[in-house]
Write a protein that binds this ligand. Structure first.
Ligand code: ADP
Length: 516
């Protein structure tokens, strides 16, 4: 009896153990069923030849079907019915075969209603113990919203790039168009000022025309510079130049400006300033003239000083500090950052007439291009100091700098030379002819390259001024044609252009011009 009751108890124990196991299994199954059924992502198993074995409701919903069964029964071939591009499915399967898994596979698929949307798919191949392929299983996410956002960003980026491109082109064209009439205005203001019988009123009127024209030219150049800097199209043009000569020219210009308004101007340089250095002379001049010009403009009494200092480790580092100090109106601390923004002028309006508010924006960017940082310290009512340090390497070769002769030309010593001006714009021809006729040159004009070639061969000019952009035959072509004729192999040809871009200069020299 006791043996019987013992085995009975064991049996009962076994049964309840199995029940417990079955319950646990059911619970686990329910848990996973719930995860799959309620998942936000689509989940599936499919046969290697492209049929769904099972899918969760999220996937059915994604593709536009009412239930999982609906989707499984409606799709006979995933590759043909779902993927927009059949190659996608091929690539997907190839990848699975090769690596066993696929991660973040993005492609376009059809919705039941025929619309197209983007999905991202993760999948793996499930294999038997012997390695034979059983099925694929994976998850699918609808990424249409992200793709749309990406597309919108891409479109916006392309639009911004193309807008920026159009802006640069527009500015270059506009500056070209503006320079031509301005050349007429500035040129004639200059020519007329030479007239010895002008009344005082006429002379001062001409001064106004001249100064307004210069101001306009400055504005055009500044706007163009800034847009080139913003479009990152500006490049430093490093040459070898003579630093003391360079500083002398700047001193002369600023001394005149300072004396006009009764300011003292001092320069202080270290004893052993390097002579031949490498750098972008034109841009450095632009920076210093802007800072010194501002110092004079915003100072009513006292002095302006340009100090150059050597870095502690000089000459090992070749770093020079430039400091422009004034005893002027100063800048309030809340404005110290604004002054570097384009078109920002913070002084009272009386002082703004002369400027554009672009100078410091350009100067600041040029200094960083040269590897320095522009600093400002200022006390309102006491004055300001602008400083920056840049490295000017010593020259490695010969100087290409030749000192400019600033004497006034009054006439020609030898027999009159003949100059041919080839330009389609009459204003430009007229200014040059008028200017040079006064010096005693014989002037001849042509309105395009073809006419220029014909006239040149008849009249044999000593020098040719060649506009570049002209109808019928442009200046590049005309120059090349002239250089092929033995008589014109050595005739100086000087390119004329209102183009603001360095490559135009290069092109003209390549075509055979001697100067630009
Ligand atoms: P602009 O001189 O053409 O007005 P800038 O960009 O060169 O433009 O200068 C911007 C502004 O910064 C000036 O209008 C002026 O208010 C202020 N500023 C520049 N330099 C000085 C200075 N040395 N002293 C006082 N204010 C200055």
């Amino acid at each position: 009896l006791s043996a019987l009751s013992q085995s009975n108890a064991r049996l009962t124990e076994e049964i309840s153990e199995r029940q417990r196991g079955e319950e646990a299994l059911r619970a686990a199954e329910q848990k996973y069923h719930s995860i799959v059924e309620n998942a936000v992502e689509g989940i599936y198993q499919s046969t290697p030849d492209g049929r769904f074995l099972s899918v969760n409701p999220a996937l059915a919903k994604m593709y536009g079907y009412d239930s999982s069964e609906d989707l499984v029964h409606s799709i006979g071939n995933i590759g043909k019915q779902i993927y927009v591009d059949l190659h996608y499915r091929d690539r997907f399967v190839q990848h699975l075969e090769q690596f066993g898994t696929v991660q973040g596979f993005e492609c376009q698929v059809y919705h039941r209603d025929g619309s197209i949307f983007w999905i991202s798919e993760h999948a793996r191949a499930v294999r038997n113990d012997d390695g034979s392929l059983l099925y694929y299983e994976g998850t699918i996410q609808d990424i249409s919203a992200r793709k749309q956002a990406e597309e919108a960003i891409q479109q916006a980026k392309e639009m911004a790039e193309s807008a920026n491109q159009s802006k640069s082109e527009f500015l270059a064209n506009m500056s070209h168009e503006l320079r031509t009439p301005l050349n007429g205005i500035l040129g004639y203001a200059q020519i007329l000022k030479w007239d010895p019988v002008l009344t005082e009123e006429q002379r001062s009127g001409l001064d106004v025309i001249h100064q307004s024209g210069e101001h306009l030219l400055m504005l055009i150049n500044d706007i163009l510079d800034l847009s080139k800097i913003e479009a990152q199209k500006i490049e430093l043009n490093t040459t070898t130049f003579n630093l003391p000569e360079f500083l002398k020219t700047i001193e002369a210009i600023i001394r005149v400006k300072a004396e006009e308004v009764d300011l003292s101007f001092f320069c202080s340089y270290p004893d052993s300033l390097p002579v031949e250095v490498q750098g972008d002379e034109q841009r450095l001049r632009q920076v210093l003239l802007n800072l010194l010009g501002n110092a004079v403009k915003f100072t009513d009494a006292g002095q302006v000083t340009l100090t150059i200092t050597q870095d502690e480790d000089f000459p090992k580092t070749h770093t020079l500090g430039f400091h422009v100090q004034d005893t002027g109106i100063g800048i309030a601390s809340e404005h110290l950052e604004d002054i570097f923004l384009p078109f920002q002028q913070v002084a009272d309006s009386r002082r703004q007439v002369e400027g554009t508010g672009l100078g410091l924006a350009i100067t600041n960017k040029l200094v960083s291009l040269m590897g320095g940082t522009l600093h400002v310290e200022s006390t309102p009512g006491k004055g300001s100091t602008f400083s920056f340090s840049i490295s000017l390497l010593p020259s490695t070769g010969f100087s290409t700098d030749h000192p400019t002769d600033r004497r006034k030309i009054i006439g020609l010593k030898n027999k009159p030379k003949r100059i041919l001006v080839i330009d389609d714009k009459w204003e430009n021809r007229s200014v040059l002819s008028n200017l040079l006729q006064r010096q005693g040159f014989t002037m001849v004009e042509a309105t395009n390259g073809k006419e220029g070639l014909e006239i040149a061969q008849v009249l044999r000019p000593d020098v040719i001024f060649m506009d570049l952009v002209m109808p019928i035959m442009d200046g590049f072509e005309a120059t090349k044609a002239l250089r092929k004729i033995s008589d014109f192999k050595k005739t100086p040809i000087i390119a004329l252009s209102a183009s603001a871009f360095g490559h135009t200069r290069q092109q003209s020299l390549e075509a055979g011009c001697d100067e630009f």
